[in-house]
Ligand binder design. Structure first.
Ligand SMILES: Cc1cc2nc3c(=O)[nH]c(=O)nc-3n(C[C@H](O)[C@H](O)[C@H](O)COP(=O)(O)O)c2cc1C
Length: 193
């Protein structure tokens, strides 16, 4: 069987981002499971705010096409996002919106999402751990994009206190939540290979 490839996308560009740290912890967990894991920063794929006139005039930005190719090169995707005003930050939503506009020949709408397993996670300094952004992101990916989003998810609350100085999760329940989500993503992505 080919080596399983998983793409990890943090949804924040902030220096010291809790979500980037959680994504890095997920990368370690995936690597321990012998997954070929790629961690990217959306800072390397800057995109203008989606505007139909811009798309009409200039076409789809290369960074959106490159991101879609990146997703295509993996069997599964983990998105780890902050919660902004109980929902999805513009960085994450705008990126997804642009990627859904990339249509290749002989491809049906949303094929790149449908054919891959997605997992979602969130880190917040609040007590709900970004549960509301997880609901919103699940809806966007599953309902909007037709993706298979695994049932398990990571909601890391009190994220400011959650990591030790090696960026490991201090609380066993948090570590278990991360591990079980990663394992389910691996299982489902393998089934879809
Ligand atoms: C515009 C804005 C809205 C926010 N809304 C929420 C929210 O609804 N729920 C929440 O838990 N945190 C909220 N936060 C706090 C973020 O969770 C916090 O800034 C977090 O550290 C961002 O993630 P990061 O550390 O990965 O950058 C908000 C922050 C900003 C800037």
């Amino acid at each position: 069987m080919a080596v399983l490839k998983i793409l990890v996308i943090p949804g924040s560009l902030r220096t010291g981002s809790f979500n980037a740290r959680l994504a890095a912890a997920a990368v370690k967990e995936l690597a321990l499971a012998n997954v070929d894991v790629t961690l990217i920063s959306l800072g390397d794929f800057p995109l203008p705010i989606y505007d139909g006139d811009l798309e009409e005039k200039s076409g789809i930005p290369k960074n959106a096409v490159d991101l879609k190719r990146m997703i295509e090169a993996h069997h599964g995707v983990l998105i780890v996002t902050p919660e902004y005003n109980s929902s999805v930050p513009p960085l994450v939503k705008n990126t997804i919106d642009w990627v859904t506009r990339v249509r290749d020949r002989n491809e049906t709408l949303g094929q790149v999402f449908r054919e891959r397993a997605f997992a979602i996670g969130a880190a917040s300094d609040g007590k709900f751990g970004g549960l509301r952004v997880l609901m919103a992101l699940r809806q966007i990916l599953a309902l909007g994009c037709g993706a298979t989003v695994i049932p398990r998810q990571i909601a890391l609350s009190f994220a400011g206190q959650a990591f030790d100085d090696m960026d490991r999760l201090k609380d066993q329940r948090d570590a278990d939540q991360l591990r079980s989500t990663v394992r389910q993503l691996i299982d489902v992505a393998q089934q879809m290979m």
